[in-house]
Design a protein around this ligand. Sequence first.
Ligand SMILES: Nc1ncnc2c1ncn2[C@@H]1O[C@H](COP(=O)(O)OP(=O)(O)O)[C@@H](O)[C@H]1O
Ligand SMILES: [Mg+2]
Length: 176
Amino acid sequence: MIIALTGTPGVGKTSVAKILEKKYHVINLIDLALEKGFVLDHDKERNSYIIDTEKLKNHLRKTMKKPNNYILEGHLSHLIDFSDMVIVLRCRPDILRKRLKEKGWKWEKIEENVEAEILDIILSEAVEIHGIRKVFEIDTSDKTVEEVAKITEELIEGKLDYERYKVGKIDWSEYI
Ligand SMILES: Nc1ncnc2c1ncn2[C@@H]1O[C@H](COP(=O)(O)OP(=O)(O)O)[C@@H](O)[C@H]1O
Ligand SMILES: [Mg+2]
Protein backbone atom coordinates (compact mmCIF):
# COMPACT_ATOMS: atom_id res chain seq x y z
CA MET A 1 0.00 0.00 0.00
CA ILE A 2 1.16 3.54 -0.76
CA ILE A 3 0.09 6.26 1.65
CA ALA A 4 0.66 9.96 1.08
CA LEU A 5 1.15 11.95 4.28
CA THR A 6 0.64 15.57 3.34
CA GLY A 7 -0.35 18.95 4.76
CA THR A 8 0.78 22.54 5.09
CA PRO A 9 4.35 23.00 6.37
CA GLY A 10 4.38 22.85 10.17
CA VAL A 11 1.45 20.47 10.65
CA GLY A 12 3.83 17.71 11.77
CA LYS A 13 4.36 15.41 8.79
CA THR A 14 8.06 14.82 9.34
CA SER A 15 7.65 14.35 13.11
CA VAL A 16 4.88 11.79 12.60
CA ALA A 17 6.75 10.02 9.80
CA LYS A 18 9.79 9.62 12.06
CA ILE A 19 7.68 7.53 14.45
CA LEU A 20 6.10 5.51 11.66
CA GLU A 21 9.52 4.64 10.23
CA LYS A 22 9.62 1.65 12.55
CA LYS A 23 6.77 0.07 10.66
CA TYR A 24 6.72 1.51 7.15
CA HIS A 25 9.12 2.51 4.41
CA VAL A 26 9.07 6.28 4.75
CA ILE A 27 10.18 8.41 1.83
CA ASN A 28 10.60 12.16 2.24
CA LEU A 29 9.79 13.38 -1.23
CA ILE A 30 11.68 16.68 -1.07
CA ASP A 31 14.84 14.93 0.14
CA LEU A 32 14.47 12.34 -2.63
CA ALA A 33 13.86 14.98 -5.31
CA LEU A 34 16.89 16.99 -4.21
CA GLU A 35 19.07 13.90 -3.99
CA LYS A 36 18.10 12.80 -7.49
CA GLY A 37 18.12 16.28 -8.98
CA PHE A 38 14.41 16.30 -9.84
CA VAL A 39 14.33 20.06 -9.57
CA LEU A 40 12.94 22.47 -12.15
CA ASP A 41 13.82 25.70 -10.44
CA HIS A 42 14.80 27.33 -7.18
CA ASP A 43 12.63 30.15 -5.87
CA LYS A 44 15.28 32.28 -4.19
CA GLU A 45 12.80 34.66 -2.59
CA ARG A 46 10.91 31.84 -0.90
CA ASN A 47 13.98 29.65 -0.54
CA SER A 48 12.00 26.75 -1.94
CA TYR A 49 12.52 24.33 -4.80
CA ILE A 50 10.16 23.76 -7.69
CA ILE A 51 10.12 19.99 -7.93
CA ASP A 52 9.80 18.03 -11.17
CA THR A 53 6.89 15.86 -10.03
CA GLU A 54 6.79 13.87 -13.28
CA LYS A 55 10.37 12.70 -12.79
CA LEU A 56 9.64 12.02 -9.14
CA LYS A 57 6.60 9.92 -10.05
CA ASN A 58 8.51 7.91 -12.66
CA HIS A 59 11.30 7.22 -10.21
CA LEU A 60 8.86 6.09 -7.50
CA ARG A 61 6.98 3.86 -9.94
CA LYS A 62 10.22 2.13 -10.87
CA THR A 63 11.67 1.74 -7.38
CA MET A 64 8.75 0.99 -5.05
CA LYS A 65 8.13 -2.69 -4.54
CA LYS A 66 4.53 -3.84 -4.54
CA PRO A 67 4.15 -5.83 -1.31
CA ASN A 68 5.80 -3.15 0.82
CA ASN A 69 3.93 -0.43 2.62
CA TYR A 70 5.20 3.04 1.83
CA ILE A 71 4.56 6.38 3.41
CA LEU A 72 5.34 9.24 1.06
CA GLU A 73 5.93 12.22 3.29
CA GLY A 74 5.87 15.88 2.34
CA HIS A 75 3.63 18.71 1.24
CA LEU A 76 3.81 17.45 -2.36
CA SER A 77 3.00 13.83 -1.61
CA HIS A 78 -0.68 14.17 -2.57
CA LEU A 79 0.52 15.00 -6.10
CA ILE A 80 1.63 11.37 -6.48
CA ASP A 81 -1.56 10.22 -8.14
CA PHE A 82 -1.10 6.46 -7.75
CA SER A 83 -1.18 6.30 -3.95
CA ASP A 84 -3.91 4.27 -2.26
CA MET A 85 -4.71 6.68 0.54
CA VAL A 86 -4.00 10.32 1.33
CA ILE A 87 -3.78 11.54 4.90
CA VAL A 88 -3.85 15.30 5.28
CA LEU A 89 -2.59 16.56 8.63
CA ARG A 90 -4.31 19.78 9.69
CA CYS A 91 -3.54 22.37 12.32
CA ARG A 92 -5.55 25.24 13.78
CA PRO A 93 -4.14 28.47 12.28
CA ASP A 94 -3.10 30.10 15.58
CA ILE A 95 -1.26 26.96 16.66
CA LEU A 96 0.32 26.51 13.24
CA ARG A 97 1.57 30.11 13.40
CA LYS A 98 3.17 29.35 16.76
CA ARG A 99 4.83 26.17 15.48
CA LEU A 100 6.28 27.97 12.45
CA LYS A 101 7.48 30.87 14.62
CA GLU A 102 9.29 28.40 16.84
CA LYS A 103 10.90 26.94 13.72
CA GLY A 104 12.36 30.42 13.12
CA TRP A 105 10.51 31.11 9.88
CA LYS A 106 10.15 34.63 8.50
CA TRP A 107 6.85 36.42 9.14
CA GLU A 108 5.91 36.53 5.45
CA LYS A 109 6.44 32.83 4.94
CA ILE A 110 4.54 32.03 8.13
CA GLU A 111 1.52 34.07 7.05
CA GLU A 112 1.60 32.58 3.55
CA ASN A 113 1.41 29.07 5.00
CA VAL A 114 -1.16 29.92 7.66
CA GLU A 115 -3.34 31.35 4.90
CA ALA A 116 -2.90 28.21 2.80
CA GLU A 117 -4.01 26.13 5.80
CA ILE A 118 -7.10 28.30 6.37
CA LEU A 119 -8.03 28.03 2.68
CA ASP A 120 -7.70 24.19 2.63
CA ILE A 121 -5.30 24.47 -0.31
CA ILE A 122 -3.61 21.09 0.08
CA LEU A 123 -6.82 19.34 1.04
CA SER A 124 -8.57 20.67 -2.08
CA GLU A 125 -5.70 19.57 -4.32
CA ALA A 126 -5.74 16.12 -2.70
CA VAL A 127 -9.49 15.70 -3.23
CA GLU A 128 -9.25 16.95 -6.79
CA ILE A 129 -6.56 14.39 -7.63
CA HIS A 130 -7.72 11.38 -5.59
CA GLY A 131 -11.44 11.85 -5.04
CA ILE A 132 -13.06 12.35 -1.67
CA ARG A 133 -13.12 8.68 -0.64
CA LYS A 134 -9.35 8.20 -0.56
CA VAL A 135 -8.60 11.35 1.43
CA PHE A 136 -8.68 11.68 5.23
CA GLU A 137 -7.96 14.54 7.60
CA ILE A 138 -6.46 14.47 11.08
CA ASP A 139 -6.61 17.57 13.27
CA THR A 140 -3.24 17.69 15.04
CA SER A 141 -3.95 20.91 16.98
CA ASP A 142 -4.50 19.44 20.43
CA LYS A 143 -2.62 16.18 19.97
CA THR A 144 0.92 15.11 20.62
CA VAL A 145 3.07 13.83 17.77
CA GLU A 146 2.71 10.31 19.26
CA GLU A 147 -1.08 10.58 19.28
CA VAL A 148 -1.16 11.74 15.67
CA ALA A 149 1.19 8.90 14.68
CA LYS A 150 -1.11 6.38 16.37
CA ILE A 151 -4.21 7.68 14.60
CA THR A 152 -2.33 7.71 11.28
CA GLU A 153 -1.25 4.11 11.77
CA GLU A 154 -4.71 2.96 12.77
CA LEU A 155 -6.29 4.72 9.80
CA ILE A 156 -3.83 2.98 7.48
CA GLU A 157 -4.52 -0.38 9.11
CA GLY A 158 -8.27 0.13 8.86
CA LYS A 159 -8.73 -0.03 12.62
CA LEU A 160 -10.57 3.27 13.00
CA ASP A 161 -13.97 4.57 12.10
CA TYR A 162 -13.18 6.17 8.72
CA GLU A 163 -16.29 8.32 9.10
CA ARG A 164 -14.60 10.38 11.82
CA TYR A 165 -11.67 11.32 9.63
CA LYS A 166 -13.57 11.94 6.42
CA VAL A 167 -13.02 15.18 4.56
CA GLY A 168 -15.17 18.17 5.46
CA LYS A 169 -15.21 18.10 9.25
CA ILE A 170 -12.43 20.66 9.68
CA ASP A 171 -13.23 24.31 9.04
CA TRP A 172 -10.80 27.16 9.77
CA SER A 173 -12.89 29.82 8.02
CA GLU A 174 -13.47 31.75 11.26
CA TYR A 175 -9.71 32.51 11.27
CA ILE A 176 -9.81 34.46 7.98
N1 LIG B 1 1.34 17.36 17.26
C1 LIG B 1 2.25 18.30 17.53
N2 LIG B 1 2.19 18.98 18.68
C2 LIG B 1 3.08 19.93 18.96
N3 LIG B 1 4.10 20.29 18.17
C3 LIG B 1 4.22 19.65 17.01
C4 LIG B 1 3.30 18.62 16.64
N4 LIG B 1 3.68 18.16 15.41
C5 LIG B 1 4.76 18.87 15.06
N5 LIG B 1 5.09 19.75 16.01
C6 LIG B 1 6.21 20.70 15.97
O1 LIG B 1 5.95 21.60 14.92
C7 LIG B 1 7.11 21.82 14.15
C8 LIG B 1 6.89 21.37 12.72
O2 LIG B 1 6.81 19.96 12.67
P1 LIG B 1 7.29 19.14 11.40
O3 LIG B 1 7.14 17.69 11.73
O4 LIG B 1 8.63 19.61 10.95
O5 LIG B 1 6.18 19.59 10.35
P2 LIG B 1 6.14 19.39 8.75
O6 LIG B 1 7.06 18.26 8.41
O7 LIG B 1 4.70 19.09 8.46
O8 LIG B 1 6.56 20.70 8.17
C9 LIG B 1 8.24 21.07 14.85
O9 LIG B 1 8.92 21.97 15.66
C10 LIG B 1 7.54 20.02 15.65
O10 LIG B 1 8.25 19.71 16.81
MG1 LIG C 1 8.64 18.25 7.02
